[in-house]
Design a protein around this ligand. Structure first.
Ligand SMILES: Nc1ccn([C@@H]2O[C@H](COP(=O)(O)OP(=O)(O)OP(=O)(O)O)[C@@H](O)[C@H]2O)c(=O)n1
Ligand SMILES: C[C@](O)(CO)[C@H](O)COP(=O)(O)O
Length: 248
């Protein structure tokens, strides 16, 4: 684990520091990429570095910890001001759980907040992160960015429409998802590895996380065609860099 100069954990009596935890230990099998999708170059730099650039602009964060898999050497060659923990697990939930332990080992308090965000959501903006923090700080539970369904929703049986599903109360879960570290740890322990997001674990504990309006641009790069879309959006924001700009 590499402590960062600007994001090094400090001893503080404040119980309410904010940390970012970036699960970055997936293989990206659905993307068809040659290697983990989070390291594919999009708009001039590896996807995860766009993600980290957004978090680096959120001044309220005490630090950012990236969870990579044991054999991952990507950050050895990157001059990034983050903590890196090689404790990725077989599932996203396991990677997040292990990352929470690493955060505590680095000096985070169990009552501190953690914002968990997919490395593969490289279009997140500092404004969206700050909007989530502002909405969740006064809340007892925490919450997540999410998107109301823009389309009519169908359920399927045998390749045909079974029914049209009422959608006024349906949201697509995004990240970041913001909860207290200890509460999230306990929830993940209880809910198990099958949960696909942090909110599901808190829901398992009977909690009702806050839904905070996200953005369609904050999509997760999942399939092959998503790389081109991410590239186009980043170019439209003027975020494109020369290839490899972040490498030391
Ligand atoms: N064991 C895992 C699985 C996923 N992730 C991370 O969780 C985020 C969201 O997961 P997903 O998009 O499903 O990524 P992959 O598991 O890499 O993709 P796939 O399911 O297509 O293999 C990604 O940033 C991914 O790196 C992780 O840290 N550890
Ligand atoms: C956490 C998440 O991004 C919320 O939409 C998503 O569930 C993670 O992706 P996965 O494919 O379910 O691992």
């Amino acid at each position: 684990m590499t402590p960062s100069p600007s994001h090094s954990p400090e001893s503080s009596s404040s119980p309410d520091r904010l940390w970012a935890l970036i699960p970055c230990a997936g293989t990206g099998s659905r993307s068809g990429a040659d290697g983990p999708k989070q390291y594919q170059v999009v708009a001039g730099r590896p996807m995860v570095l766009h993600t980290l650039a957004a978090f680096a602009q959120v001044e309220r964060l005490a630090g950012t910890l990236v969870v990579v898999s044991a054999e991952d050497t990507f950050f050895d060659a990157v001059n990034a001001t983050v903590l890196v923990a090689a404790c990725g697990g077989p599932t996203r939930a396991a990677s997040v759980f292990n990352g929470l332990n690493a955060l505590l080992e680095q000096g985070a308090a169990p009552t501190d907040w953690v914002l968990v965000h997919d490395a593969a959501r490289c279009l997140i903006t500092p404004q969206q992160i700050n909007a989530l923090i502002d909405a969740c700080l006064p809340d007892a539970v925490g919450g997540l960015l999410a998107l109301k369904l823009p389309d009519t929703l169908k359920s399927e049986r045998g390749g045909r429409v079974a029914t049209t599903v009422e959608r006024h109360d349906k949201w697509l879960a995004q990240t970041p998802q913001m909860f207290r570290i200890a509460a999230l740890q306990q929830a993940l322990l209880a809910a198990g590895d099958a949960v696909t997001d942090e909110s599901s674990a808190l829901e398992f504990m009977g909690q009702q996380p806050l839904l905070v309006e996200g953005s369609a641009q904050n999509f997760k790069v999942t399939y092959r065609q998503d790389f081109a879309l991410a590239e186009a959006v980043l170019h439209s924001r003027g975020a494109a860099l020369g290839s490899g700009a972040e490498r030391s």
